[in-house]
Design a protein around this ligand. Structure first.
Ligand SMILES: NC(=O)c1ccc[n+]([C@@H]2O[C@H](COP(=O)([O-])OP(=O)(O)OC[C@H]3O[C@@H](n4cnc5c(N)ncnc54)[C@H](O)[C@@H]3O)[C@@H](O)[C@H]2O)c1
Length: 694
């Protein structure tokens, strides 16, 4: 039963009990309406309390019902709220811990509200590209005022209950037991005989409403350029302010029905569900026991090791940080210290917190200090010989059951695992740079990686606030393997007629955070060079344009050398188009006998994005990624793919696979067309009118 009905001192207590957060699924909604009717018909009952069992009042819609008929089956939330608001006997909502989305809208339909301190109050629908669809945009402004309502609804950010204590949202803050307080309030208001207030009837404070609405619009002009929902949230609030509750409510409904169909909302919902889905691994049941991880070891205090160590200490986990020599160790620690000091200066940490984090790091040159670690992450030079030395040492000193992780970007994890006598304990943890900032963590599953090791690392990823996606073993894993094809196309297009600034501009206009050339200049062009040199030997039939090698031969490695695809003035990160580079590119085309042509922005975007899709499809065929949504998560959280497009595979679904395949076949006819043989999965889905994501 999702709802319980009991009587206490003449008050009907309707308890929502649908763990984990009392989602308003069909049976919960049904139970509430039933409870209200039962109270109505019971002469011994004078008032009603609505309360949540367990961890929340209510987190809102039941996400397990999303996209199922139950989500819209009567009684809908609007019907439930009507029943609550229309009850002759006063209804008191008793709120603790969480009142979000539909949960808060339900409470707004009650006549009175009492809250515990520390409850998170929010209407977060905007984060899914929607707006509150059950009166939230109309009742909340009447409860907390236009300014606060705009802030809450447009941002979706939770506010603590005590910060709203002096608004009409709460009649009382409960000091002791919440249910006691609610029953007392219910008894009192029942005795008063009414009338019982309804937020819909409450006069709204109109002071400076126009100004507030305009400044909300100004506030989102840039950030919500690609998102219709924040605009609709403001429109709906404005409608209610200017034309009253009923019109506002009707307009809110209209906006909801519009938004739910927008590609942006579909993409945001896809991202939301994909992140949850990524943490589930088909053959690793959710009840797989996890290993205790309390002490961490990190080997290598360079660019990655330092950032990786910070992730753990930020989550309160002590780290032993090992280097080969004192100089490298000192350098690594100094970088970490500078980071925390800068954070303290910016007010993001107190000086005490910064100090505490530094104290959680124990620097060492001695492997014996790693003997007690539960997880050791290796981040040494990308060289199999060096990795071998390190993993053989770790195998000698690590305690039985310790997890041994490698941060390798390109090396074969199975080979690394084979350097130990415990390959089941070895896993890849592929962080992205800067490791303390980037959300993405590719968890690389070796042939022998144990299920409980995977389950442990996935759980730990949550603790250090990473978006973890499992990848099988292959060169580049999911993300870098796909980006290689994207970069290849970018270089071909230079050779065929485009210039770096045009390509970057086109793909940034599509929504990427950074185009391929600005990105390469940031990462260092020598990294790609090293990869290509390896490719020329390993995969001689995978042709690359030589134009990037030319650039590297000129010593233009990117920002770190002050020159790359662009010019950089000393101390500046601003990319300025370079005449030298543009001349070099044109000359290169000439040398190769290529007649340069105008390449349109549409072609640029299509070739870059579809190159990701084609490689992604192969990654699915090979089982490197378990599902298309995992690939989308990698690109949304690690590669700056525009969130409102939902990731490359989702974007392909939106385009339609038949169109995707047709474009690939068209490019296959052009120069450099050999890269465009559509993956079998693309052809299959095109033929069956299928989708990557279901
Ligand atoms: N830089 C990136 O963007 C990035 C991203 C993801 C993964 N990675 C991977 O992370 C690893 C480290 O890369 P990085 O960029 O931090 O390199 P880096 O050169 O900045 O740091 C490597 C550190 O390891 C230390 N080291 C070398 N041999 C060691 C040993 N035997 N024992 C202990 N310490 C040793 C070095 O002194 C150096 O401080 C590589 O495997 C790389 O492929 C790098």
């Amino acid at each position: 039963m999702a709802v319980h009905y009991t009587i206490r001192d003449g008050v009907a207590v309707i308890t929502l009990d649908n763990p984990p957060v009392n989602g308003l699924g069909h049976s919960t909604r049904f139970g509430i309406v039933e409870g209200i009717e039962r109270a109505r018909d019971d002469a011994g009952v004078g008032a009603v309390v609505l309360i949540g069992a367990g961890k929340a009042f209510s987190g809102g819609a039941d996400i397990t019902e999303f996209n199922t008929p139950k989500a819209t089956q009567e009684p809908t939330l609007a019907t439930v709220i009507k029943a609550v608001e229309g009850s002759d006997k006063p209804v008191v909502a008793a709120i603790h811990a969480i009142a979000m989305g539909g949960g808060l809208e339900l409470a707004l339909g009650a006549h009175y509200r009492v809250a515990s301190r520390g409850a998170q109050i929010a209407l977060p629908e905007v984060k899914l590209g929607l707006l509150p669809g059950a009166g939230g945009t109309q009742r909340l402004p009447r409860a907390v005022g236009v300014r606060t309502a705009l802030n809450m609804i447009v941002s979706g950010t939770p506010v603590l209950s005590e910060r709203l204590a002096d608004t009409a949202l709460f009649d009382e803050m409960a000091e002791g037991d919440l249910l006691d307080a609610a029953v007392r309030l219910a008894t009192r208001v029942a005795a008063s005989g009414g009338p019982h207030p309804k937020l819909r009837d409450r006069e709204m404070d109109q002071t400076n409403a126009d100004g507030l609405i305009q400044s909300a619009r100004d506030g989102i002009a840039v950030s919500a350029k690609h998102f219709p929902a924040p605009h609709k949230c403001i429109d709906a609030i404005e409608k209610g302010v200017k034309e009253g509750f009923e019109r506002g409510l009707a307009f809110e409904r209209e906006c909801f029905l519009f938004l739910v169909q927008t590609p942006e909302s579909r993409a945001l919902r896809h991202a939301f569900f994909s992140e949850r889905a990524a943490s589930k691994i088909a053959d690793v049941p959710s009840n797989t026991p996890v290993r205790t991880i309390a002490r961490i070891g990190v080997v290598g205090a360079g660019t990655m090791g330092g950032g990786i160590a910070m992730n753990f200490v930020n989550a309160g986990l002590p780290v032993v940080l090992l280097e080969t020599n004192q100089d490298a160790l000192d350098r690594g620690l100094a970088t970490i210290r500078r980071h925390y000091e800068a954070q303290a200066k910016k007010g993001k940490l107190t000086p005490e917190q910064a100090g505490e984090r530094m104290r959680l790091i124990q620097p060492t040159l001695d492997y014996a200090d790693l003997a007690q670690a539960d997880l050791i992450v290796e981040a040494v030079f990308e060289d199999l010989g060096v990795k071998e030395q390190v993993f053989r040492r770790l195998d000698e000193i690590a305690r039985p059951g310790a997890i041994l992780a490698s941060n390798t970007s390109t090396l074969d994890l199975n080979k690394i695992a084979a350097f130990t006598r415990r390959p089941g304990d070895v896993v890849g943890m592929h962080f992205f740079s800067p490791a303390n900032v980037m959300k993405l963590l590719e968890v690389v599953r070796g042939e022998q990686t144990a299920k409980d090791v995977l389950a442990t690392v996935m759980q730990l990823a949550k603790k250090i606030r990473k978006t973890a996606v499992v990848s099988g073993v292959c060169d580049g894993f999911i993300g870098n393997r796909m980006i290689e094809q994207y970069l290849r196309q970018a270089l071909f297009m230079l050779e065929e007629g485009a210039l770096p600034a045009q390509i970057d501009r086109a793909i940034e206009a599509f929504g990427f955070a950074m185009g391929p050339f600005r990105m390469s200049d940031l990462a260092g062009n020598d990294i790609g060079w090293a990869i290509r040199k390896r490719r020329y030997v390993e995969q001689p039939d995978m042709r690359y344009s030589g134009v990037a090698d030319k650039l590297c031969e000129m010593g233009r490695f990117g920002q770190k050398t002050g020159a790359g695809w662009y010019d950089y003035e000393a101390g500046s990160r601003e990319a300025k188009p370079s005449q030298t580079v543009d001349d070099m590119i044109v000359a290169y085309s000439g040398e190769r006998g290529v007649e340069r042509r105008q390449i349109g922005d549409d072609e640029i975007v299509e070739r870059l994005v579809l190159s990701l899709v084609n490689e992604g499809a192969k990654i699915l065929e090979e089982g490197i990624a378990a599902k298309a949504s995992d690939i989308d998560m990698v690109y949304l959280s690690g590669y700056g793919f525009p969130l409102w497009r939902g990731g490359p595979m989702f974007h392909a679904d939106t385009l339609g696979l038949a169109n995707v395949e047709r474009a690939m076949r068209k490019y296959a006819q052009q120069p450099n067309g050999e890269a465009w043989q559509p993956a079998a999965r693309v052809a299959e889905l095109a033929a069956s009118n299928g989708r990557f994501n279901h």
